[in-house]
Design a protein around this ligand. Structure first.
Ligand SMILES: [Zn+2]
Ligand SMILES: [Zn+2]
Length: 363
C-alpha cells in the first residue's frame, strides 16, 4: 500500500537560513552584553568604571563580535554538510526499512493498511522506523509497529516526584489542549498545554537586516579566514622561537665566514700543523654551499692514519661556532694528498638545521 514518508532532508536554503538564524541569535546575545555584565567590569570608582565600560564597548565587544561572526562563517559549510548528511541518513533509514506484514485489526480482524512510516525514538531513545496501520473499516483503532515487528506501546507517564505511573487526562478548549497528570500515589499534579495556533513559526521581522549585519558574505568571510590563518602562523612561529630559544641564541652567535675568510682562517693553522697548499674546488651551490678541498701533508714520515685524523681534528675544532662543517664522510688520503668536503650554511633556516643536526650532510 502507498504509505507516506516524511522527508527529513530539505532544500539547502533551509539549512542556510537555519544556520544564519543561530548566528544572529548568538550575536544578538553578545550585543545585549549578556555574557559580560560580570563582576570583573564592576568597579567602586565611578571614573574607573566608566573607563572599563567604554573599553568593553569600544574594543572588547567589536573584537569579540568579529571573531564570533568569523568563526560562524568558517564553520558554516561544514556544519550544513553534516546536517544534510544526518537528515539524508534518516531518510535512507526510513526508505530502506521493511514494512511488517500480516498486521490485522484488533476489532474486526481485517488486514490493515500501512498509512505512514517515520522515525520515532524507542524506549531507549534510539531512532527507529515506526509503521502506522489503519483498518479499512473506518473508526477502528490504529496499530503501530516497529520495523522489527514488535508492536509499539505508549510509554507510561511517570510522576516526576515518586515515579508512579500516572494516567493523563486531556481537555481541549478551542485550539488549546491541556494535559493534566495527577499522581494516584502522591497526588502531585502537572499540567501541560499545547497551542495548536502557535505551530506556525513567527517571522522574525529583523531577520534580513540582522543577517546582513551578522552573517559574513563570502568576501568578508574569506578575509576573516585568511586573517585567522596568518595570525595562527604568526603565533606558531612565536611559540616555536620560544621553545627553541637556545637554538636561536646559538644561531645569533654563529660567525658567518665567506670562502675567503675560511681560507684565511684555516691556512695558518694547517701550515702550523705540518700541512700545506690548501685548495678549494668548484663550489656546489644547493641550499647550502658544498665545497671540496685538498691539502698536502708536509711532515715527512707521517703515516696515513695520523695525517687524516690530525687534519680532521684540526678542521672540526676550528670550524666550531662558524657556519662551516666538515662533511661526515671525513677525509681521505693517498700518498700524502688529503681531501674532504666542507658544507657552509647561510640564512637562519639553514643554520638552524646545521645546529640542530637535522638534515646533516643532505644535499
Ligand atoms: Zn477493523
Ligand atoms: Zn507521585
Amino acid at each position: 500500500m502507498a504509505d507516506q514518508t516524511y522527508a527529513h532532508l530539505k532544500d539547502e536554503i533551509y539549512y542556510n537560513e537555519l544556520y544564519d538564524k543561530f548566528t544572529i541569535e548568538e550575536c544578538r546575545r553578545w550585543e545585549k552584553k549578556e555574557f559580560w555584565d560580570v563582576p570583573s567590569i564592576k568597579d567602586e570608582d565611578p571614573i574607573k568604571m566608566k573607563i572599563k565600560i567604554s573599553f568593553a564597548d569600544k574594543v572588547v565587544l567589536p573584537v569579540a563580535l568579529y571573531a564570533i561572526k568569523g568563526e560562524r562563517y568558517a564553520k558554516k559549510s561544514e556544519t550544513i554538510r553534516q546536517w544534510m548528511a544526518r537528515d539524508k541518513a534518516k531518510d535512507d533509514l526510513v526508505t530502506n526499512a521493511t514494512e511488517p506484514r500480516g498486521i490485522r485489526c484488533l476489532v474486526c480482524s481485517s488486514p490493515m493498511n500501512c498509512i505512514s512510516r517515520d522515525l520515532h525514538s524507542d524506549d531507549r531513545d534510539k531512532d527507529r522506523v515506526l509503521f502506522m496501520f489503519e483498518c479499512p473499516n473506518k473508526g477502528h483503532k490504529r496499530r503501530a509497529y516497529w520495523e522489527s515487528g514488535e508492536e509499539w506501546e505508549p510509554r507510561p507517564n511517570l510522576c516526576l516526584k515518586c515515579k508512579a505511573v500516572t494516567n493523563p487526562s486531556h481537555a481541549r478548549e478551542g485550539n488549546i489542549i491541556t494535559t493534566t497528570n495527577t499522581c494516584p500515589q502522591c497526588g502531585h499534579k502537572e499540567t501541560d498545554t499545547i497551542d495548536l495556533n502557535s505551530k506556525e513559526e513567527k517571522i522574525d521581522p529583523n531577520f534580513e537586516a540582522d543577517r546582513k549585519k551578522y552573517c559574513l558574505s563570502e568576501k568578508e568571510g574569506g578575509e576573516y579566514v585568511s586573517w585567522m590563518a596568518n595570525a595562527k602562523n604568526l603565533l606558531g612561529s612565536f611559540k616555536e622561537r620560544e621553545q627553541n630559544k637556545e637554538v636561536y641564541e646559538a644561531i645569533a652567535k654563529v660567525k658567518t665566514l665567506a670562502i675567503v675568510d675560511l681560507q684565511n682562517l684555516l691556512n695558518p693553522l694547517i701550515e702550523k700543523a705540518g700541512y700545506t697548499k690548501l685548495e678549494f674546488g668548484k663550489p656546489e651551490v644547493k641550499r647550502d654551499l658544498f665545497v671540496e678541498f685538498t691539502v698536502q701533508d708536509n711532515k715527512p714520515g707521517r703515516v696515513e692514519y695520523d695525517s687524516c685524523h690530525g687534519l680532521e681534528k684540526l678542521i672540526k675544532k676550528n670550524l666550531e661556532g662558524t657556519n662551516w662543517r666538515l662533511m661526515s664522510e671525513g677525509i681521505s688520503y693517498k700518498l700524502g694528498f688529503l681531501n674532504g668536503r666542507l658544507r657552509g650554511a647561510s640564512g637562519e633556516e639553514n643554520l638552524k638545521e646545521m645546529i640542530t643536526g637535522k638534515d646533516t650532510n643532505q644535499e
